[in-house]
Design a protein around this ligand. Structure first.
Ligand code: ADP
Ligand code: MG
Length: 673
């Protein structure tokens, strides 16, 4: 044992009375043991029952920084402890107490394990084991490095845990934010896996099917969408799960019972291994879009048909003006000729029917001359209902109802009657076995959306609704109901002009038409006409102008169509006027400049050349402000006119072709005085 001299060993062995051989064996034995112990990294001490040192090794002295002089055979345990206490190894405190405490504990000879940090930072593990016959062996291990590594590991672990905690929190927040974003976007988003189970759904998606997002997750597609929708979408789902990205549309019954349309896109979720793990779904509610598209298409179609019809009607008007004018002249020139009766009368009858047809077409094209006036509609409805009752078979009950005692609309009375009659006849045809016809009137306020649907400004409208409980219409009939010449009736039974007239007339009056129809249930057609507030209701009709003398007046007639010109000239002549003619605006202006005797100008609106009817009228206004101008036209061009017999731009009288001599007289009369 290091630090031991042979003397000590000899003394220790002095009790052994063995001979030289034994002695040298013991000595050799001890030396071997000592050398062996000195090889240990750990310190070792052995104390006997009286706590006196029996054995120790070099590592012990080294680990505890004991001077070699301290280690002696028989040295008391207490001396070591005191040495430690005095150099401050046990920390602050009374050294005597520290020593007493430790010595007392050692005397109990209990196995013990302690760990001690020395003032220099060294960490020692001290383990004591009792020996037979009391006494104990103590093993000292320097665990400074081990503890340092452990502390480092613990430190790392704590850091790692803190990092994970903060990452988890950040993830949770970002997931929350993502959810908020996906919930806020106006689209339905979901994800389902290969086994057709939803793994994610945003609020829009859940709402669309009337589920909660939490309930959808983990549920089968079929269960969420219902069997009907599932049957439609499952072929697409199968294709998407086979790796194809695709879009499709489908219709389901919305929660309000109305059909709702959705457009969905499926994007397969393909892993790096090429396997499809599931599928992202993105759906948009296109119900409103479909609705708007349909409304737009309908409006465009009506506009196109209107223009076509308007153009055709205009040309026919000119032709009929010529035909009727010449027939009238023929008849008047040969009043007593029986041939007139036989040939001219039927021709005139047919031409007049042609003119009537044109009038209805113009009605659709919104180009018929209207005379809108403030009109109390309840009274008109009551009057019409009597007429309708007489015209319909007894199996149809006709009733009227009004929610307001007085409803004043700005409308042409005659055309409104015409429209109601058309609706009543349609209702009759829809109820071949009898039924009920109701005409109801009310005041409706159209908000921004309802008004936009009808392409009218928001505000108050007088509604007249004609309802029947007849056969109703299917979707394709409903889509074409306003088209001129569209009819589902047998040849000769329907002209297909009734609803187009109703539509054109209401539109031209600044209103709109709403139709609700269900097959086998019935139809309601509602006309919405601009309402006139009480404060705005003027006194009804202006006084009829008194009769006057046109004879002898010089009238300038401007008209490019020679035949039309001839007819109008004849009519003017019959009224006693003297006529000068011009083929176009420029020629007419020339005449106005040169003939001061011209008392009246009557001009076509549309004429070739730089100066049309309105330009001519403007010229006359400047050149001879006192000279009256009357315009004549194949159609009234403005969309809505407060007084149809007045040109909207220049406030000039406007004659609609073809016109009778009486109409012409009525138009010219105010200027004859
Ligand atoms: P017509 O009566 O000459 O056929 P309309 O323009 O008045 O022409 O009507 C067009 C079509 O609209 C009708 O042929 C019919 O199919 C349908 N229709 C109109 N009103 C009704 C109604 N009240 N009930 C059922 N169908 C109707
Ligand atoms: Mg009809």
């Amino acid at each position: 044992m290091s630090g031991q001299d042979g003397q000590d060993v000899a003394q220790a062995d002095s009790a052994d009375a063995a001979g030289e051989g034994t002695l040298s064996f013991d000595r050799r034995y001890r030396e071997m043991l000592g050398a062996g112990l000195d090889l240990l990294d750990q310190g070792v001490t052995v104390f006997d029952a009286e706590l006196r040192m029996v054995a120790w090794n070099g590592a012990f002295l080294r680990l505890l920084d004991f001077p070699e002089s301290l280690a002696r055979q028989g040295m008391s345990f207490e001396d070591f402890i005191r040495y430690n206490a005095e150099r401050g190894d046990y920390g602050p405190g009374d050294p005597a107490l520290q020593v007493a405490e430790r010595v007392a504990r050692a005397k109990s000879f209990q196995p013990h394990v302690t760990e001690r940090v020395r003032p220099n930072g060294q960490v020692l593990s001290i383990r004591g084991f009792p020996l037979p016959h009391d006494g104990f062996i103590t093993v000292y291990t320097d665990i400074t490095e081990q503890r340092r590594v452990q502390a480092q590991i613990a430190n790392h672990q704590a850091e790692l845990e803190a990092h994970i905690r903060s990452r988890t929190e950040a993830l949770r927040r970002s997931e929350q934010r993502l959810r908020e974003i996906t919930d806020a976007i106006p689209a339905a988003v979901a994800y389902f896996d290969r086994s057709l189970i939803y793994r994610y759904a945003n609020k829009g998606y859940a709402d669309w099917f009337g589920w909660s997002a939490a309930a959808i997750e983990g549920t089968q597609i079929r269960e969420v969408t219902g069997q009907e929708v599932f049957a439609i979408v499952s072929p697409y789902v199968a294709r998407a799960l086979a790796g194809e990205q695709l879009s499709y549309e489908y219709t389901l019954t919305g929660r309000d019972g109305a059909p709702a349309h959705a457009r969905s896109t499926l994007v397969p979720d393909i892993g790096p291994d090429g396997e499809v793990h599931g599928c992202y779904v993105h759906s948009v509610d296109v119900t409103e879009q479909r609705h708007t598209q349909a409304a737009l298409a309908q409006a465009q179609k009506m506009e196109a048909i209107g223009q076509l019809t308007g153009g055709l009607a205009h040309d026919f008007n000119n032709m009929l003006t010529v035909v009727i004018g010449n027939l009238v002249a023929l008849k008047e020139n040969h009043p007593d000729d029986p041939l007139t009766e036989n040939f001219v009368e039927p021709a005139m009858h047919a031409a007049n029917r042609g003119a009537e047809l044109i009038r209805r077409l113009l009605g659709f094209a919104r180009r018929q001359p209207l005379e809108p006036k403030p009109l109390e509609v309840n009274e008109l409805i009551l009057g019409m209902s009597k007429l309708i009752r007489r015209s319909l078979p007894g199996t149809i009950a006709v009733s009227t109802a009004s929610r307001e005692p007085c409803l004043v609309a700005m409308v042409d009375a005659h055309q409104l009657e015409n429209a109601l009659l058309n609706l009543a006849l349609n209702a009759r045809d829809a109820m071949p076995n009898g039924g009920e016809l109701r005409i109801e009137s009310s005041l409706e306020h159209l908000g921004v959306h309802a008004a936009a649907d009808l392409e009218v400004p928001p505000g108050d409208y007088v509604q007249i609704a004609v309802s029947d409980n007849g056969m109703g219409m299917d979707g394709s009939t409903l889509a074409r109901v306003f088209e001129p010449f569209f009819t589902t009736k047998q040849f000769g039974m329907g002209s297909g002009l009734g609803m187009s007239m109703v539509y054109g007339f209401t539109k031209q009056s600044g209103g709109g038409v709403r139709i609700r129809s269900r097959q086998a249930r019935g139809t309601t057609v509602a006309l919405l006409l601009p309402s006139v507030a009480e404060a705005e209701q003027p006194d009804m009709l202006p006084a009829v102008p008194s009769d006057i003398e046109l004879a002898g007046k010089l009238v300038l007639l401007a008209e490019d169509d020679a035949d039309v010109r001839a007819v109008v000239r004849m009519q003017l002549a019959e009224l006693g006027c003297v006529v000068v003619e011009a083929e176009n605006g420029a020629e007419a202006a020339d005449l106005v400049e040169n003939i001061p005797a011209i008392a009246l100008v009557i001009s076509d609106v549309v004429m070739p050349g730089a100066m049309d009817g309105r330009a001519l009228a403007r010229f006359v206004r400047r050149f001879r402000p006192d000279l009256p101008v009357v315009l004549m036209s194949g159609f009234a061009e403005s969309h809505f006119q407060p007084h149809a017999s007045i040109d909207a731009d220049l406030h000039l009288p406007l004659l609609a072709k073809p016109f009778s001599r009486d109409k012409l007289l009525a138009a010219l009369r105010p200027f004859a005085a």
